[in-house]
Design a protein around this ligand. Structure first.
Ligand code: SF4
Length: 220
């Protein structure tokens, strides 16, 4: 299956009825009242022939779910894309809307869960429903050298991928800024760039940029 065919399948997916109902019934803030929300699953974005895969958690209702593109138009995107730009992974330092010209260099970015969940908390069954998509995305990345997981939930989805391929992951735990070499792929961990993690100082921008630069050196 090509990435284009996979993305069509993802956009048409309605497996998680709670998430479909949530996005179709939740009210939108006044400042976005005139906008037409995407309100569908979000595919990955970037270069599927790149050497790095970055995995986030799920779309924010008023971020990617509104804009129609992963990590676009919210605080997490501001932090992530400006950091990516500093490390040389994007052509511009912002991700505001689908017409902003953002391109990723040598990487693809996707989500463990493709639809926005209430309170940003997915159910286990929803993650299970969605995991086959990320598995297909990984399999489509023929030049993959590294995966960066943003947060424990995305890390777990990647561990599940390795286990489904009978690859041992014994003793591997999510630890911020740690990496593991598994079956020829270097798996990096980072806290998710959510406003809560950034505002509390759990995730510091200079540390995150340093990690991205380390990854860039590794894959090049
Ligand atoms: S979260 Fe994933 S499995 Fe569930 S409806 Fe969205 S795309 Fe489908």
């Amino acid at each position: 299956m090509s990435i284009e065919e996979l993305n069509k399948e993802i956009i048409a997916c309605r497996k998680c009825s709670r998430l479909v109902e949530y996005r179709n019934t939740r009210s939108v803030p006044e400042k976005y009242a005139i906008e037409t929300y995407w309100n569908k699953p979000l595919t990955g974005y970037g270069d599927i022939n790149g050497k790095l895969l970055v995995v986030g958690l799920a779309p924010a209702f008023n971020g990617g779910n509104r804009a129609g593109r992963i990590f676009t138009g919210d605080k997490s995107s501001d932090f992530l894309i400006s950091s990516m730009y500093e490390a040389g992974f994007t052509n511009i330092p912002v991700s505001e809307n689908i017409n902003d010209g953002l391109k990723y260099n040598n990487m693809y970015i996707t989500l463990a869960l493709k639809c926005a969940p209430p309170d940003n908390i997915p159910l286990k069954c929803e993650l299970e429903n969605c995991n086959p998509y990320i598995e297909k995305e990984i399999d489509a990345m023929h030049k993959l050298k590294a995966i960066l997981c943003l947060g424990k939930i995305s890390f777990d989805s990647i561990i599940k991928y390795f286990r489904s391929r009978n690859i041992k992951t014994t003793g591997i735990k999510f630890i911020n800024e740690k990496y593991y070499d598994i079956a020829g792929i270097r798996l990096y961990c980072s806290y998710h760039p959510s406003p809560r993690n950034v505002n509390t100082g759990l995730l510091k921008k200079e540390d995150f940029i340093a990690l991205l630069k380390e990854i860039k050196n590794f894959i090049n």
